[in-house]
Design a protein around this ligand. Structure first.
Ligand code: ZN
Ligand code: ZN
Length: 128
């Protein structure tokens, strides 16, 4: 979830009918979100729409919103759970950091094109 532009200028809005889907998760759903992938990436834009903490045997889930360039609100737009990218920065050290993007994402890893801008851009530890 990014309420600020990180890199890619792609931007979308959470539709009224999508709001109920995003209630009750780890984030306060934000109505306007920036794509979190690297600027100039191939394929669909992606933004983290919500994190569901799980519990009682249910693993935490990241719900991603993805959409095609110039087609923010058509039928190719979807909200779906995606696994996190497994690549970690400085794995095994104190500075270890997660990529924060979905598995098999386009462009460079999240830690390669700039740090989170605010608390709202940081993925909760229980999703990593
Ligand atoms: Zn994008
Ligand atoms: Zn990655």
């Amino acid at each position: 979830m990014s309420v600020y532009q990180v890199s890619c200028p792609g931007r979308t809005l959470i539709l009224d009918e999508e709001q109920p889907l995003l209630e009750g998760g780890g984030f306060e759903p934000e109505p306007a979100l920036w794509c979190v992938l690297e600027s100039g990436h191939a394929g669909l834009h992606h933004t983290l729409a919500q994190g569901l903490q799980g519990g009682e045997g249910v693993p935490p889930v990241s719900l991603w919103l993805r959409w095609a360039e110039g087609a923010e609100f058509d039928s190719r737009r979807e909200i779906l759970p995606l696994s996190p990218c497994p690549v970690r920065f400085l794995a095994g050290t104190l500075q270890e950091d997660a990529c924060g993007l979905p598995e098999a994402h386009a462009g460079r890893h999240g830690f390669e094109f700039g740090p989170p801008i605010s608390e709202a851009d940081t993925t909760p530890y229980w999703l990593l």
